[in-house]
Ligand binder design. Structure first.
Ligand code: SAH
Length: 265
């Protein structure tokens, strides 16, 4: 393979077939999707196993033109399913309409959190995700309240998905080896999520609360509503002390109070 990895695209190519098998085998089909989107297929090490899986239709989105061509040559039967594009800006509805699809990938580490936000945008169509992250990010995604690494990603992800840490992958199975350990996680859509009436408000509160995570919620949220609305004892706490359901409850409390407040509209 004479492909020179591009640092700007976060390219670290996996060259261990057993690990590729293990990662692709971690998709369970949970939620009955028939299509799978691979983010950043690169040289196609995961794609090979996904293409061999007759239960699913593979699509890959890759932002490196040379690799798009490489993939089309390598897998001619799937050439039409190799999409040239930036996962963060691509209109996924144009590919999947309203069908559900699984997501898989060794995510480019420089944009892995943003890819998760993209998944959350499409969460009603994405029942399952299997992805490799740098270990710190994987731990953040699965952290529980009271933990230092618990943050925006943990709350927003776990409000909608069960997040499971599967296994670590050491740097030496990549070319070039990254400076960090990698971790594969699986996310499956929660069956009975507490219904959040106002998701925009929920997202906004979680972000505000953690952006000033040392402050009490009362202080962190005072720029968005009157102090009269922040009297309950929940607001004495700091963001990292609140469980997901506390955040949901807090959103509901505020929602009723701020219906006519145009700072939220
Ligand atoms: N899946 C391959 C490559 C992982 S490296 C393997 O396991 O070996 C990450 C891949 O994501 C690279 O191929 C890189 O070109 C691609 N990539 C980087 N930014 C991207 C973006 N914004 N949209 C889609 N693909 C991207």
């Amino acid at each position: 393979m004479n492909i020179l990895p591009k640092k700007s695209l976060g390219q670290h190519f996996l060259h261990d077939e057993n690990i590729a098998k293990k990662i692709t085998g971690s998709l369970t089909g949970f939620g009955n999707y028939k299509k799978v989107l691979e983010v950043g297929p690169g040289t196609g090490v995961l794609s090979k196993y996904l293409l061999n899986n007759k239960n699913i239709n593979w699509y890959g989105i890759e932002y490196d033109k040379d690799l798009v061509q490489h993939l089309k040559n390598k897998y001619p039967d799937a050439a039409n399913d190799v999409i040239y594009g930036d996962i963060l800006n691509y209109d996924l509805k144009s590919v999947f309409n309203n069908e559900s699809f699984g997501v898989i990938g060794n995510f480019p580490y420089n944009i892995s959190s943003q890819i998760i936000f993209k998944v959350l945008e499409h969460k009603s169509n994405i029942p399952e995700v299997v992805a490799m992250f740098q270990k710190e990010v994987a731990l953040r995604l699965s952290a529980k309240h009271g933990n230092k690494t618990y943050g925006i990603l943990s709350v927003l992800c776990q409000a909608f998905y069960d997040v499971e840490i599967l296994f670590d992958v050491s740097a030496n199975v990549f070319y070039p080896p990254p400076k960090v350990t990698s971790t594969v996680i699986r996310m499956q859509k929660k069956k009975s999520t507490t219904i959040i009436n106002n998701e925009d408000l929920f997202f906004k509160i979680v972000k505000k609360a953690f952006n000033q995570r040392r402050k009490t919620l009362r202080n962190a949220l005072k720029s968005i509503t009157d102090s009269d609305n922040l009297k309950s004892s929940l607001f004495d706490k700091r963001a990292e002390q609140l469980s997901i359901s506390d955040f949901v409850m807090l959103t509901e409390q505020l929602e009723n109070k701020i219906k006519n407040d145009n700072r939220f509209l």
